[in-house]
Design a protein around this ligand. Structure first.
Ligand SMILES: [Zn+2]
Length: 390
């Protein structure tokens, strides 16, 4: 099984001289007619490509076949887009075929170049934390990756150590068993022996986790262990970089099934994300209180965006608004009318917020989608932390 992040890495490295890559960003937010939108997008793109003269006959034929495959794929899968607002697809005749489903949307578009058009995707993906989830007891450890709801195991990091289990002291480390002075001493010795093994195991687990961190650079670490001394001991063994990245912990055993571990890890991740959102919104509202450092509400945010003032665009993920956009320079407005930049007539757009996110990406602004409700912000739907003031 290919891990999500390996997939992204491969995508970023993909280059070709002969085979063009089709990059599709398809807004599948209900109640859109996804299939007809895709068809008309592919149709116009095909026409444009033919006229452009950038591609040879065989390349154009190749692209036509890819378009058909993409259309068939979306048609077959459209029932399965729940929780998805944006479908991103990369395809080439060389065998590249990657799909991403995001809970955030952008305006639909199709781009054909000799490398994948990844920037909007990577900007949106940056918003999501990549967690490593380490579950261990005194002998066994498993490491998972949790990203965008995908929970996958790193099989190469699986560890089983030879901690002796026969005297089951590991579960009663603090309780003295044996009777009399001698029995107590023997127990103490066994206990220390077992503890040494456990520490060696945890040290190895901590080292492997750090190696993975150096290779993959996950953002945050979640720990799972049974309710005994394992968690504090493990934390002691963790590299300080990892200690700084702890998002939380839960009680579990490594031999639990994956679904159960995922559920527990998700709870920790959601708690962490909720806190992250709360900090962000508190900061935005504070800056909004100090004049001109933050804006809240559609009109002031749109104005700030059009003036290039937005440092971080903050969007309530399900907020929608209609508006208008210039077909020439992407100037955005609440109402149709003449474009103040080029004079052309602005065209109505169904979702102004998606257009604003796209514009923010083009301006290199940061984007934060908020998934839970926050008083003082959610009722306004959108806001921004500003770069500078006029
Ligand atoms: Zn214009």
């Amino acid at each position: 099984m290919v891990l999500y992040l390996d997939q992204i890495e491969r995508l970023l490295q993909h280059r070709s001289r002969e085979h063009p890559v089709v990059s599709v960003y398809l807004n599948v937010t209900p109640p859109r007619n996804v299939i007809s939108e895709l068809n008309s997008l592919l149709h116009t793109t095909g026409k444009r490509l033919e006229q452009s003269g950038h591609f040879t006959r065989p390349q154009l034929r190749e692209l036509e076949r890819l378009f058909e495959r993409i259309e068939a794929h979306v048609r077959e899968n459209r029932e399965r887009f729940e929780n998805t607002r944006l479908l991103v697809l990369f395809a080439s005749a060389e065998g590249l075929w990657q799909e991403y489903r995001l809970p955030l949307a952008l305006p639909s578009r199709v781009v054909v170049e000799f490398d994948p058009y990844t920037r909007p995707l990577t900007v949106l993906l940056d918003e999501f934390e990549h967690y490593a989830v380490l579950v261990t007891d005194a002998r066994k450890a498993r490491l998972f990756s949790l990203y965008l709801g995908d929970f996958e195991e790193h099989p190469d990091v699986f560890v089983v150590d030879d901690t002796p289990t026969r005297p089951r002291v590991s579960v009663s480390l603090t309780r003295s068993r044996g009777s009399g002075v001698w029995g107590g001493l023997a127990d103490t010795r066994i206990q220390r022996h077992v503890e040494d093994h456990v520490h060696r195991h945890l040290k190895r687990v901590a080292d492997r986790t750090f190696q993975l961190f150096q290779r993959k650079k996950f953002d945050l670490l979640i720990l799972g262990a049974p309710e005994d001394k394992i968690l504090p001991w493990l934390k002691d063994h963790l590299h300080s970089y990892l200690q700084e990245r702890l998002a939380g912990e839960f009680h579990a055993r490594p031999d639990w099934n994956e679904a159960r571990l995922k559920e527990e890890a998700l709870k920790v991740a959601q708690r962490w994300e909720r806190q992250h959102e709360e900090r962000l919104i508190r900061r935005l509202l504070e800056l909004h209180g100090h004049k001109d450092k933050g804006v809240v509400g559609l009109e002031p945010t749109l104005n700030a965006l059009m003036l290039g003032q937005v440092h971080t665009l903050v969007v309530q993920h399900d907020f929608r608004a209609k508006g208008a956009a210039c077909p020439n320079d992407h100037h955005l407005a609440l109402e149709p009318g003449p474009c103040p930049l080029c004079g052309a007539e602005l065209e109505p757009v169904d979702d102004l917020i998606d257009e604003m996110v796209e514009e923010a990406i083009a301006q290199n602004a940061e984007i934060e989608h908020v998934f839970t409700r926050h008083e003082g912000f959610s009722e306004h739907g959108v806001g921004a932390i500003l770069r500078f003031t006029l």
